[in-house]
Design a protein around this ligand. Sequence first.
Ligand SMILES: Cc1cc2nc3c(=O)[nH]c(=O)nc-3n(C[C@H](O)[C@H](O)[C@H](O)COP(=O)(O)OP(=O)(O)OC[C@H]3O[C@@H](n4cnc5c(N)ncnc54)[C@H](O)[C@@H]3O)c2cc1C
Ligand code: SF4
Length: 350
Amino acid sequence: MKPFDFVQPTTVDEALAAWEPGAAWLGGGTNLVDLMKTGALAPTRVIDVTRLSGLDRIEHCEDGSFRLGALVRNSDLAHDGEMLANFPMVSEALLAGASGQLRNAATLAGNLMQRTRCPYFMDPLYACNRRDPGAGCDAKGGAWENAAILGHGEGCIATNPSDFCVPLSVLDAIVEVQGPDGAREIPLRDFHRLPDDESVRETALEPGELILALRLPASGRAFAGNSRYLKVRERTSYAFALVSAAAAFRMDGGRIAEARLALGSVAAKPWRVSAAEDLLSGEVPDDDLFARAAGIALQDAVPSNGNGWKIDLARRTAARALRLAATGTPERMPALPASPFGQAEAPAHA
Ligand SMILES: Cc1cc2nc3c(=O)[nH]c(=O)nc-3n(C[C@H](O)[C@H](O)[C@H](O)COP(=O)(O)OP(=O)(O)OC[C@H]3O[C@@H](n4cnc5c(N)ncnc54)[C@H](O)[C@@H]3O)c2cc1C
Ligand code: SF4
């Protein structure tokens, strides 16, 4: 590991003042420190933000929205009773991510900002446009199949690996940030960027901007009774998604009044599928409808690195997530198969 400065500010102003080009914010460290150990990243200064006061709160606001501090730990949010009652798919996605120990350390902002799991990015011996813009992409034509099938470009075929971000996209979450030029809000849908050519800019954050919180608008609570996050992975103990889907309905009688659908691990950002949502809205739920919506969700998919299997897997996962959502959110979060753990508190759906 290369030498670096280490600072521990206690206020947001101090943290912003400590930033310099080449610096990195440190949350739980579960992603950043790993990448520093392999040499994939070598910040000149590490700014530990975990002592900033007031950023570790889950606020249930009067207008029905929720404000989630950047430093809230993934496990604390997953088990918050109000979250389970109002935004159960967020809890389900968090509990499907990483391991219990990692979730206890990882922060919400760190999860949003975690880097891709492309193995060529994580190994500095390979050329990578994300590490070194213009260097090229050794992953292309390489041995890695879990690459993007949607929105990939000439310069990069990597995916965003976050589980948490997929339901956030469905719920129209908003990211609150502060930087040298003041505070601003970024819709989650615009937060992660698709690659263009060889200039791989991963998020909408400007240099020196710090995430302070996430907001979940009150409108998302209407989906609590019919929402699911479904993750397909190679092993249950912990593994990143091959593909995932967040599906949610606001029901009116026997019809879908409003539908939401997003796919995870298929692109460099959570992949919200408005065309499929439009097809579903106003209809009576049934398997044929879900199959057609899933077909629309994948209609623009193009394999990269020979991973055509992933398109079929994503289509089936989307259809199954829609079916599960139509059946209704379970009263208890399902335990992982073959796991003695994982039964969360029963949500009382709003
Ligand atoms: C073995 C393993 C398995 C995992 N499995 C999964 C999984 O299945 N699903 C999943 O979603 N995740 C998974 N993860 C990833 C894990 O969830 C992330 O490492 C974690 O969420 C990152 O949070 P952190 O607080 O530790 O971030 P850090 O490692 O501290 O930081 C990550 C990035 O966020 C930036 N950052 C941190 N805080 C801020 C802030 N306030 N503002 C702006 N930038 C900030 C850092 O500079 C860095 O670039 C896994 C990780 C490991 C090691
Ligand atoms: S796919 Fe993207 S992250 Fe992976 S090596 Fe190529 S440029 Fe880097």
